[in-house]
Design a protein around this ligand. Structure first.
Ligand SMILES: [Zn+2]
Length: 56
């Protein structure tokens, strides 16, 4: 058993939250990564102005 896994990407696909990557080590352990978009995310930027509270 090792402590440092060597991750290799098995598959990946884009979602509205970012790029999801499924990785697996030679020992059989798996993990899922989500690479969130850093900037250039129109849906996230457009969502903020819509949440401005209404002044009373
Ligand atoms: Zn491993």
């Amino acid at each position: 058993m090792h402590t440092t896994h060597i991750w290799s990407t098995r598959s990946s696909h884009l979602t509205s939250d970012g790029l999801v990557r499924y990785q697996q080590c030679a020992c059989g352990r798996q993990r899922v990564l989500l690479d969130a978009f850093d900037g250039g995310a129109p849906s996230a930027e457009l969502a903020r102005p819509a949440r401005v509270p209404v002044a009373r």
